[in-house]
Design a protein around this ligand. Structure first.
Ligand code: ATP
Ligand code: MG
Length: 458
């Protein structure tokens, strides 16, 4: 169903301490590569012609009754645990804000839209491959039940970029994402670092009003609780999806705990806690097995920033709940992915442990495992039959036999020969024909296949 367009540039309530008005780059070309139609429909922008779409999301002509000028948001962040006060929206800005069909306040934010006061030595641009990777990651994660930013638009912009991690020159693009806030942990950290503590309470109030709702006796405790719950859920849902984000810096974690910023991400080819996504993560700080810990560390940094205006008693109780919330969310996500009904907490935890042990002891692609055991019973012969028959899976097989299916497995997806996956060789195979011959057929086919999987999981 198509929603109504309801502009609400609420960020302006905060006043000018939190952002800088900027201009978009003037791109030599604008070629539409991806139009997030489903999400455009939810915010009443689905009826735009392609020409109007390019005007708004490639040229950044303001949307009616919305921000008159894009705003580069100010933030700092801990990057690989080192504080960096030099960053901010260096290649993106907040373009517009609007309400969706559920009355949530959403942002249309960009990536690759040009230089800003925070670009440092950067060109303010996004490579086309980077844009394609962000679209693939968001579509895949959404289908796998991860709360993620949505890819709203990808437009190729006709520039030749130089990058160290892509064969250069490489093609350019501008991405627009739809997300439930772009307020990062680093947004609070910046105010604490600059000792602009008077600017923190209005930001807390803004977040509570627009992203949490309700009334709160202790706004700091309420915001911490929201952030901790979200962070725990996010880390757990990445794990169940087999996803490694790669760059869990505090500037890449937002207050609504929506997964975003898809740089060097990967899906794990096997259940390997040491698996890292970013080549520059030499010590495995953000490896598959350490994402839960990384978000816990990050949420502590948020608390440290809030501590400049709030007493410790307001912040500590929520922080203490992180481990139990993470564990509970993991169990919940595993059961969801397996498609079985919860029984009791003890059995459910035990089942989750058998899954971790079995997967950890095998080389199976995790997507294959979840796919084959959907509904709690192995459905039909699988190339992994010998693995499932091995001792490593014995405790899992016993534990899962007590579980009833929660999910309908009649969707034709569940009768496919193989699950829909997004391993690195597939990502490269989708990019290769775009790069070589501007052939988008594999990309479009993959998006369709992911959506079909999403329907099967829904
Ligand atoms: N090509 C670039 N030009 C200018 N600034 C850049 C460029 N690439 C990254 N930056 C800046 O470096 C910092 C870290 O970049 P990171 O890749 O985490 O964020 P991003 O991908 O640019 O944006 P987002 O977090 O919104 O996805 C940010 O301040 C970002 O704006
Ligand atoms: Mg970032």
């Amino acid at each position: 169903m198509t929603g109504r367009y309801r502009p609400d540039p609420a960020i302006l309530e905060l006043g000018s301490d939190y952002y800088d008005p900027v201009r978009a780059a003037d791109f030599p070309q604008t070629i539409l590569r991806f139009r997030g139609q489903r999400h455009a429909d939810t915010v009443g922008l689905g009826d735009l012609s392609d020409a109007a779409w390019l005007e708004h999301f490639g040229r950044f002509a303001p949307l009616p009754d919305n921000l008159e000028q894009p705003l580069a948001l100010r933030y700092h962040g801990h990057q690989f645990r080192t504080y960096n006060p030099e960053i901010g929206d260096g290649r993106g800005f907040l373009f517009a804000q609007l309400r969706d069909d559920k009355d949530r306040l959403l942002d249309l934010g960009t990536k690759g839209s040009g230089q800003t006061p925070y670009s440092r030595f950067g060109d303010g641009r996004l490579t086309l491959k980077g844009g394609v990777r962000e679209v693939l990651a968001t579509e895949m994660l959404e289908a796998l039940g991860v709360y993620t930013s949505k890819s709203f638009s990808l437009i190729e912009t006709g520039e030749a970029l130089t990058r160290g991690d892509e064969p250069s020159p490489t093609r350019s693009s501008v991405l627009v994402r739809l997300s439930h806030s772009h307020i990062r942990y680093g947004t609070f950290q910046r105010l604490a670092y600059l000792k602009q503590v008077d600017a923190i309470p209005p930001l807390v109030d803004y977040c509570l009003r627009h992203f949490v709702g309700g009334t709160h006796d202790d706004p700091y405790a309420a915001l911490m609780d929201h952030a901790v719950a979200g962070a725990a859920r996010l880390a757990a849902s990445w794990r169940a999806a087999g996803f490694v984000h790669g760059v869990l810096n505090t500037d890449n974690i937002n207050i609504t705990a929506e997964s975003f910023d898809y740089g060097p991400w990967r899906f794990v080819p096997r259940w390997d806690d040491g698996f890292t996504a970013a080549y520059f993560d030499q010590f495995g700080l953000y490896s598959f097995g350490r994402q839960g810990e990384a978000l816990q560390w990050n949420v502590h940094q948020l608390a440290m920033a809030l501590r400049t205006v709030a007493p410790a008693e307001s912040l500590i109780p929520a922080l203490k709940t992180y481990p139990e919330r993470y564990e509970a969310a993991l169990v919940e996500r595993y059961l969801w992915r397996l498609g079985v009904k919860p029984r009791d907490a003890k059995s459910d935890e035990a089942l989750a442990l058998t899954i971790e042990a079995a997967l950890g002891a095998s080389d199976i692609v995790p997507d294959r495992f979840w796919f084959d055991w959907r509904g709690g019973a192995q459905r039909g012969p699988s190339p992994a039959d010998a693995v499932y028959a091995s001792d490593a899976f014995a405790t899992f097989r016993t534990a899962v036999s007590a579980y009833e299916p929660a999910a309908d497995t009649t969707h034709p997806y569940w009768s496919d020969a193989a699950p829909c996956t997004m391993l690195i060789d597939e990502v490269e195979a989708i990019w290769a024909p775009i790069d070589a011959a501007d052939d988008w057929s594999s990309f479009n086919a993959k998006i369709a296949a992911i959506r079909r999987m999403g329907e099967a999981y829904a």
